[in-house]
Design a protein around this ligand. Sequence first.
Ligand SMILES: [Zn+2]
Length: 836
Amino acid sequence: MGNPITPLNYKLSLDVDMKYFRYFGEETITIELKEPTDKIILNSVGLEITRCKITANGDTITPKHQLDKEKEELVLQFEKKIEVGSHELYISFEGQLLDGLAGFYKSKNITKDGEIKYIATTQFEPADARRCFPCFDAPDMKAVFEISITADKKFEVISNMPALETTSIDKARQTVRFQQTPKMSTYLVYFGIGEFEYSEDKYKGIAVRFVCTKGKKKFGAFAIDCTKKFLEYYENYFGVPYPLPKIDLIALPDFSSGAMENWGAITFREAGLIYDAKNTSTVRKQYIAEVVAHELAHMWFGNLVTMKWWNDLWLNESFATWMAIKVVAHHYPEWEFWNQFLSGDTASALALDSLGTSHPIDADVKTPHEVNEIFDKISYDKGASLLRMLETFLGEEVFRSGLQKYISTHKYSNTTAGDLWAALEDCSKIPVAKIMDSWLKQTGYPIIDVKLEGQKLVLSQKRFLLEQNKDDKGIWEIPMTIVTDYGEEISVLMEEKKKEIKLKQKANWVKLNHGQAGFYRAKYDKKVLEALKTQIKEKKLGVQDRWGLQNDLWAAAKACEIPASEYFDFISAYESDDEFIICQDIAGRLAGIYNMAHGRLQESAKKHGIEYCSKIFAGIGWEKKKKEKENTAILRSQMISALGLFGEKSVLSDGLKRFEAFMKDGALNPDLRGAVYSLVALQGDSKTYEIFTGLFEKEEQVEEKLRFLGVLGRFRQKELVQKALDYSLSSAVRSQDLFYITGRVGANRHAIDLLWPWIKNNFTELKKRFGEGHSVSLLGHIIEDLDGLTRLEDEKDIKAFFERNKVDGIAMKLAQLLETIRINHRFLEKNDGVRP
Ligand SMILES: [Zn+2]
């Protein structure tokens, strides 16, 4: 936006000492100056700047330089103005490999023989490239990068592009110079140094590599296979070929998020990439496919075309989330990914967005802290759900041609949401921007009140909020398809507060939001709901519609508009419904209520939970059947876990037997392991606890290791859970994995009370680990783990604590937590579930 300085090219060299974890860097940035200036401001934080100069029109001028720690800026002040034109800015600097999980950081890996090996790796999104080298660190300051890295010869060195040449410096050290990157944003730059190994394949002429620490390359085949398939799909879908000559999938032992789309060098947590046919569960396999698909979608959406500023982060993330579902659903239809998208992504976005403390998708963010806060379910899952709604409304082909137009028009540059709407309007002739603005600029979503009187259908909308004392104004432009009992399908755009529709004939029921394609809820009167209940029982409605009816009704119960008992009555209609997402949703909800509630409500959740899950489980059993759907394996383990939680005796004792057998011969289906371990912990004692910590410390396969870790938070005895919490901060547990314990404790009705005092007592340590850069999102995770709390005393105490101990970058998460606790409290109070 009128920036007088444009970076064009970075020649960046780093000389990295992996023994002392220091590096020397120098860079020459070619900049284009559009106005004369005596001041140049770059971003930099935590680096020592040793020299700066500019070569402009044949003169070399040395500025005064100053670091502004607060603003994370390096200010170069020149004595006189530098003229317009293209100039070379030289900066040398020194830095340290960081301990956190952001910037240029070190990751520790211990080999089988107990040897410690270090990896140096980067995570720059959103605003941490500046922690590694001084740069113009904004997504629209795109440039090309020529990167050289000097390190010991024993290390493999990786960057976005393939190596161009390697020059030996002495016996021990060498410099790897990489090919020039395409024009791209700083947050996508990558370097990795480590004793990596890799397996390699090719898609067309593109080298596809799975990169990992030693001994793991045999686990890369599935990720590589997905990559080849998905690249082909995306090239066809977008009509633009993948523009780099290689793509690395890098599995890292320490990593803050799930994965990061560095162009040509995608980084993952090991658990998001490593697939071992013998030991990986179905749910993990699906996750790997989805994460790979998500990151690959970014190669186009995000990397080739990038948002101008982080307020449009959702453009990247919603799109990659939606696209990943599309590509995986295409290649693995048996996984029913669109259904899973609904019960996972859309449902969790609807839940978060029904808080008064949610935020609009198009968020007003300025500082890096504010940017870090919006990597959440709104930017990813709500946005993705809106894209599904829009695609359904415009039609698949029109939507795709709009996207193709958008990508080809804006490649290698930056955009806002408006550019996407313009391309879609062009192809659809529908005022997309106007419709979507109502969803992007407003927080929340509508609930539609449905009144049916014979042929007259009256719809009215207002914002849906769980805490009703908040503002419920707002009008959304809602594309919707309504189905009727006599078979008519009505597609309309509801643009007004209230809409009347005349049906072709008298109807006993209508169902809004056909296919649950829209991001809204519906509320029916008793008569219509009864009629719909019959349709559910007889399975005359599709699975998504059946899922949606109970999900909306549950939201009404959580908002205390109806008693919880009404929801319990309603789900009797699903008794013989064995659809994956329906069973998953209902069982999960009953378990959730049981965990949180006391007294009558808890008894009721338990009774319904045992009845419901036993019936579903009776049809599935412990053993995998021939020709069963792959998702049944996931459902089986969920039913077993839920029944164990409700205290169902036969499942609990079967779990013990299976564990005993497993301890003897190691045989246990990977899909059952998590569930069986939790059954054992529920009945275990301090001896069992020791067994699990022993297994955790010995285990090398990452998914299994994390199962052993997580189960430590599931014991009933408070002293064991306390021990587990303390253990999560020990050197045996990687910082990034701490949440496997806090998350389980937060969902453990016997021990959730321990979590908040523990956070308070260890806050200095937690802040030290997660207080800097993008790592703060991990601190946000711990805060979220408290969302099962129900007491107003806790709400007050948490609020007061953070007033005394301010942390930038978690304000929104905190406000959402406090609101959630109040909502939980009210729900229990109204439904006879408060703790005595
Ligand atoms: Zn993403």
